[in-house]
Design a protein around this ligand. Structure first.
Ligand code: C2O
Ligand code: CU
Ligand code: CU
Length: 470
């Protein structure tokens, strides 16, 4: 499809063509001037039916990232349909109100399909009172891209090293547009931010020096707002923030930026391992500073709301409910045999190991470790560490511990104030040397679901596994 991107010239990208047949309690809006898929807004409890016709040149499937739905509807790669094929998704939305999204998920080709434009927002609405709405409720999908002189998107032109570390572009697009900016009134806004990049991590901060007020995470509103000087947002994650522009000056430009940080990866800066992988110096490695989005404060007075002191209480899910609280399952994300692996293994379409089988209606603690842990390959694995955004399908979990004792101190120092671990998550950033424990409950559906690194090139190279609820 032809979409306008830069300087009025056209670029070739994939788009979701949406036709609404019937949408009770739902709306399907287009982000203005964007190549991205629609913003689907539904009410919690609603049934959704989406007919997917695959007009891509190869197989694909739609995954509803963050939703708690049955195996057949979740977009596991085993359900990829061939080009020309059709599949009807039908499910009930039971998730908490919040910001979810959808994107393709075929084995080995998720990265390019998302890169070339296929991603959209899926917003679940509920009875959230007192929050900015209408024009004050603004989605921001942040993606990095590389655009050539003919205005075409360029994907992975940097050889083996570029693929090993994941795609990193030098242009930031927000909602599918470069140099994104928005006129805002002097009022309060709810910004729903999705990191829809293939592998770029952002360290979000305001240019006016104010703190960031987070009100929601992947799985909806927090119990109460959380204030941070900056926020780390890895690929696949969402964060909702509250911004009050009412005391800003007329004509002021407020930037949402990404601050520099260290990744702890020897590949990022083109160091020794970079050389070994056959790559050169990456010009915009992860951790590069960027301006992301610009808010132009007009003289108009807008709706001004009071930041609520608290939101609805969450249902409790605690490690003491877990069948293995003192003996968590462990999952090592590392580099072995020149591959990105989880516990030494790569993706097998239908393969489920014993250590990936869980029982329906049980609560478990899982521990995720960034670093080698099998087959005596730990040392090499640790030389090749990179941040991995870890994502589980099918459920929302709670992070109960981030152990940073194995991390490089200056790397930790550069990111440590950026985590909001108080909410429900389906994706989180696992930095080199870090150990994260999460508690999760397997309920309602048996079946096979994937968990993987949401660096989409890592996922495509096999840093993905199945877990099975039996
Ligand atoms: Cu957003 Cu399995 O992915
Ligand atoms: Cu997902
Ligand atoms: Cu990864």
């Amino acid at each position: 499809d032809q979409v306008q991107l830069l300087n009025g010239s056209k670029t070739n990208i994939y788009t979701y063509q949406t036709r609404i047949l019937k949408a009770e309690n739902a709306s399907v809006d287009k982000l203005p001037g964007s190549y991205l898929g629609p913003v689907i807004r539904v009410k919690r409890g609603q049934n959704v039916r989406v007919r997917f016709k695959n007009q891509l040149p190869r197989e694909s499937v739609i995954h509803w990232h963050g939703l708690h739905i049955p195996q057949e509807m979740d977009g596991h790669p085993m359900y990829a349909i061939d080009k020309g094929g059709e599949f009807v998704y039908e499910f009930t939305v039971n998730n908490r109100p919040g910001t979810y999204w959808f994107h393709p998920h075929p084995d080995k080709f998720t990265g390019p399909q998302v890169y070339y434009g296929l991603a959209g927002l899926f917003i679940v609405e509920g009875d959230e009172k007192g929050l900015p709405d209408g024009e004050y409720d603004v989605p921001l999908v942040i993606q990095d891209r590389k655009i050539d002189a003919d205005n075409q998107l360029v994907y992975l032109d940097g050889g083996r090293m570029a693929r090993m570390q994941g795609f990193l572009g030098d242009r930031i697009l927000v909602n599918g547009q470069p140099d994104w900016n928005l006129d805002v009134k002097k009022g309060t806004y709810r910004l729903r931010i999705l990191n829809g990049s293939n592998s770029r991590i952002y360290k979000l901060a305001w240019s006016d020096g104010s703190d960031i007020v987070a009100i929601g995470t992947d799985g909806g509103l927090l119990e109460k707002p959380v204030t941070r000087p900056y926020l780390m947002l890895s690929p696949g994650e969402r964060i909702e923030i509250w911004k009050d522009f009412s005391s800003q000056n007329d004509g002021e430009e407020v930037q949402l930026k990404s601050l520099p940080f260290e990744t702890g990866s020897p590949m990022g800066g083109g160091g020794m391992m970079g050389g070994m992988m056959g790559g050169g110096q990456q010009q915009t490695p992860n951790g590069t500073a960027f301006d992301l989005a610009s808010f132009h404060v007009t003289s108009q007075t807008g709706v001004q709301k009071e930041l609520p002191a608290a939101f609805a209480k969450h249902k409790t899910l605690s490690p003491s409910d877990a069948v293995n609280a003192n003996n968590p399952r462990s999952f090592h994300f590392s580099f072995e045999r020149m591959q990105w692996v989880i516990n030494g293994e790569t993706f097998e379409m239908m393969g489920v190991a014993d250590w990936e089988k869980v029982k329906l209606n049980t609560t478990e603690v899982w521990e995720f470790i960034n670093g080698g842990g099998s087959r005596g390959m730990g040392r090499m694995g640790n030389m090749m560490q990179m941040p991995h955004p870890v994502h589980l399908h099918g459920l929302q979990f709670r992070i109960i511990d981030r152990d940073v004792s194995g991390m490089n101190a200056s790397v930790w120092e550069s990111v440590k104030d950026g985590f909001v671990d108080q909410g429900w998550q389906d994706t989180f950033l696992l930095m080199p040397g870090m150990k994260v424990q999460a508690v999760m409950k397997f309920e309602d559906f048996t079946g096979i679901f994937v968990y993987h690194c949401h660096n989409l090139e890592h996922e495509d190279m096999g840093m993905m596994r199945n877990y099975e609820v039996i």
